[in-house]
Structures are given as C-alpha cells and as structure tokens.
Design a protein around this ligand. Structure first.
Ligand code: ATP
Ligand code: MG
Length: 342
C-alpha cells in the first residue's frame, strides 16, 4: 500500500544529455526519448523570402546556440531550449528530477550554469555526472572490472577522455575541440580555395574526407558538390579535392590525438599496460566520421573500437544510471567528480 502511495507521489525521473549539437531527454514516466538540435532559430518569417541566394543561405544559419565546447554559455536561451522538453516529462504536475551530464573538465561554475538552466526550465532537482562515465556505461563497458579501460567521446564541441577502473574514473582529460571544429576547418578551406560556402549537413558530410589522411587512402579523387558562390551569390557546382579538405582538418586531428597520447603518458606504467591490452572505446558523433578510428589508432598507437551506437552512448548510460542507482541515496549525494588533468 505504502509502495503504491509512494509511486503516486514520487516525482518523475529524466535523464538528459544537453550536448553542443543535440539535446536528448529520456522521460521515465512515458519511457520515451526525445532528441532535438541544441539551437533556437532566430529566423523571423519576414527574412525567409529574400531574392538573394546568399542572404537566404545566411538567414537559414541564424540561430542561437546556448552551448559552446560542451558547456552552457547562455543560460537564458538554454532554458528556452529545455523548458518544452521538461514540460513534456512532467507527470501529474510533478516536476521531474533530472540526471544530466557534463564534460570531465567542467568547472563548478560551468556545472552550476547547467544546473540553473535545468531548474529554471522546470526540473525539481538536478544531479550531474561526468559525461564520460555515462558514455562508458552506454557503450556497454564493464567499468566495475579491475583492469583499466580507456574511453574517448568526440562530440560536437568537446573531446573527453577517461580511464575507468573499479567503477570509477581514475583519470580524465579533455579538449574543447571536436566535430564542429572539423566542420569549421572544412568550411574555411572551401572559402579560401574555392570561394564557396556549404550547408551544415554538407560540411558534416565533408568531414568524412578525413580518411584521406590514412596511408591506405590515396586521397586523390575529387568530389563534386553544389555550393554557394560568395562572389556570384548563387549556387554552383564545384570540384573539391578530398586531400585538401583532409589537410585542412589534419592540425585539429593532431591536437585530439596528442591530447589522448598525453593523457595516456601521464598514467602509471601498470595502468598504461592495462589500457593497451583492450581497445580504446570511441563514442560521440566523431566516432561516426569515416577513418576516425584508424587515425586515432595511428596517432596514439592504441587499438580503437567504435561503440555500437556512439551518438546515444551518453544518454543510454544516463538512463542506465537512473535505473541502477534508483533509491541509492548515498550514491546520489556523493557523485564522484574526476580530478581533471590538462
Ligand atoms: N554520421 C556522421 N558523420 C559525421 N559527423 C557526424 C555524424 N553524425 C553526427 N555527426 C556530428 O557529430 C556531432 C554531434 O555529436 P554528438 O551528438 O556526440 O555531440 P553533442 O553531444 O551534441 O556535443 P558535445 O558532447 O561535444 O557537447 C555533430 O557535429 C554532427 O555533425
Ligand atoms: Mg555529447
């Protein structure tokens, strides 16, 4: 009887991954996952019908992005983004308790901004766990085992790496550089070499040229794409070299692999041997870029495997945490946050 009563008055639970590119929210009451871009369109109806193709293109890009580098930088717009999602997750007018995640290098102030955004958007209470811990659970790593394992999550704004052992993060390192930076490098190269601009989806597609840096890829072919000519201010067909695009992204990839290698070098010898024995697990949207696994393997000397559903690893791990830690008050009150090493 008491149990029925307590479920009736228990607030609903939500797991939320507020990512730089995509926000994903799982509501326990309805057992549903909602995903939406982490952007708020600033395009007014009157801006749609302009004759100039270039202005139409730039108007389509007008959007507010409340997150940068994996953290909330604009609380007001983050609240506008999150409020409709949290409203849906309410049950019998009870506000949800939220489990969110943040990159391992976030400062307490940055986590406080995420917490504030979720509270203002309608959460009753907010808990935050390290994103890499959620990613590891969502990728199916057995983090309780005594042998250290390495996970790298390459998202839109941040690349986060953690070594996990005995259920804990034992080392973490992070760099605020990820897929959006690769896309920016592609865009910038297209402007410099061809004087053209491309859409967001085209820039994402072109990041797959990264694999032209692999020794087995001759990188020789060109791609034909439709892009907006900056001078003529209209769409035109354009031939671009895969090699040129790959070279534009290479310095960023080198920084990512150097961050991983430096993180590994700082580990004690024994732990380094342990992580070398199992493949590094790659999650996040960056794991889906063709050749990313091979390039990280080449840059770090480690074996690499891509998680089964890399885009959903973080939210799946947060859902797993909600279910497995439900009722463990001690755990919720003492969420372990890694000591970050730069
Ligand atoms: N198939 C794909 N090929 C290339 N890039 C992809 C693919 N799918 C997603 N991406 C890119 O991955 C990024 C999104 O990844 P993810 O959802 O892990 O990021 P996020 O969680 O929003 O960001 P962050 O964790 O950095 O805050 C976007 O830049 C997107 O363009
Ligand atoms: Mg993410």
């Amino acid at each position: 009887m008491l149990d029925i009563f307590s479920t009736l008055i228990a607030p609903p639970l939500v797991a939320v991954d507020v990512g730089t590119a995509t926000t994903r929210l799982y509501a326990s009451a309805s057992d549903t996952l909602t995903e939406q871009p982490s952007t708020l369109s600033l395009r007014g109806a009157q801006t749609v019908d302009v004759a100039d193709e270039y202005l139409r293109h730039t108007n389509r890009q007008l959007a507010s992005r409340p997150l940068r580098g994996g953290v909330v930088v604009d609380v007001r717009n983050a609240v506008s983004l999150l409020r409709p999602l949290l409203r849906q997750a309410r049950q019998r007018f009870l506000q949800p308790i939220s489990l969110a995640s943040a990159p391992s290098d976030t400062t307490p102030l940055e986590r406080a901004r995420l917490q504030e955004a979720l509270l203002q958007a309608g959460a009753k209470k907010v808990y935050i766990i390290p994103e890499v811990l959620a990613a590891a659970l969502g990728a199916g790593l057995d983090i309780e085992q005594g042998q250290a394992q390495l996970l790298v999550d390459i998202g839109d704004g941040v690349t986060d790496m953690a070594v996990l052992r005995h259920g804990r993060i034992v080392a973490a390192t992070s760099i605020r550089l990820a897929c959006s930076d690769l896309q920016r490098a592609v865009r910038s190269s297209l402007i410099t070499l061809h004087r053209v601009r491309v859409s967001d989806s085209e820039a994402e597609r072109l990041t797959h040229c990264l694999k032209a840096l692999l020794p087995e890829d001759d990188g020789g072919e060109t791609l034909q794409l439709e892009a907006l000519d900056i001078g003529a201010r209209r769409q035109r067909l354009c031939q671009v070299s895969r090699r040129d695009l790959a070279l534009a992204m290479e310095p960023l990839l080198t920084r990512i692999t150097a961050t991983i290698s430096a993180g590994v070098r700082r580990l004690p010898d024994e732990m380094r041997r342990e992580i070398a024995a199992a493949p590094l697990c790659l999650t996040g949207g960056g794991a889906l870029i063709s050749g990313m696994d091979g390039l990280i393997a080449a840059g770090t000397g480690l074996q690499v495997r891509v998680a089964d559903d890399p885009l959903h690893a973080v939210i799946n791990g947060a859902i797993h945490t909600l279910r497995s830690r439900h009722g463990d008050k001690q755990w919720w009150d003492h969420i372990d946050w890694p000591t970050f090493s730069a």
